[in-house]
Every structure is written in C-alpha cells, then in structure tokens.
Design a protein around this ligand. Sequence first.
Ligand SMILES: [Zn+2]
Length: 172
Amino acid sequence: MLRKILIACLILSLGCSKKTAGFVYNVPPEFEPHVQKFITEAKTRGESISIDNLIIRYDSTLSLLYCATSNVTSKQSDIQRIILFNTHKCWQNSDQLECLIFHELGHCILGREHDSSLMPKGDAKTIMYPDDIALYSSCVYNVGSNCDFLYRRSYYVDELFNPSTPVPDWEK
Ligand SMILES: [Zn+2]
C-alpha cells in the first residue's frame, strides 16, 4: 500500500512539475524527423541539446514573405518556443525542409541571429542567411548533377553549430 501511495505521489509530483513549467512539445510527424536530426547533428559535434518546449504548427495568417518564423531568438531554455509555418509550403524537397527547420531552430534553440555574410564565391556563409532554403539542396527535378548541392550540407551544418568553421574548399 505504502509503495502504491509513494508511486501515486511520484506521478502526481511529476505531473505537477510539468504543469508548473507549462511547456508543451507538439511537433507534427512531418517535421519531427528533422528536429531529431538537429539534436543528433548537435550531439555528433559535442553539443548536448534536449528540446521539450517546442511547438511547430501551420499558420494561415503568416505573410507570404515568410516560409516560417520563430517566436524567439534565444538560447534560453526556459521559454516556450513556437515555430509557425506558412500554409503555402515553400520547400520542394526534404533537404530544403531540413534547411528551413535547422534555420528556425538556429534562432530558437541556438539563439543565432540572421547573417547575410557571403563567402568568396558569393554563396551564403551560413544557414542563418535570411532567405535561402536551397543552400544544400539536392536536385528538385532530375536534370543532371549541376543542381545537386548536397555535398555542401556538412559545411553548413558544421557552421550552424560553430560559426567559426573555416570556409570550405568548394568555396575557395
Ligand atoms: Zn530567420
């Protein structure tokens, strides 16, 4: 009996602490793999990130100028993060969707601001470039390999977690 009471108390207190914090994690299945990938990419670079306060949802009132927006630009963990996606989807493949989600998580998890810097050959230095979700996209249509920029992904993900990442060879 005592054990049952103890377990009941434990469940109650856990429930309460979650309620007190008031954070919600609600990420639709179509976005969830990319959020998990972000956590994995951080981990392989020595950064431990846990995300328990993130809501991602579509918002039909979002201006067509934006693919998505994040409610905060902050590393602070004790805030409810909300990413709103335009109902007019602006990505054309899963690489572009990942880039978009990584950009928004860059704002609300890593606290990174927009950065319009360009590298020597004129490509954006970072995923935090304001308006380009095709930085490391594979081909949208099957028209040869000139449109395949997936080889750039490792640099852009490195840079996301470490802005001092050196300019990659393909940009020199
Ligand atoms: Zn942004």
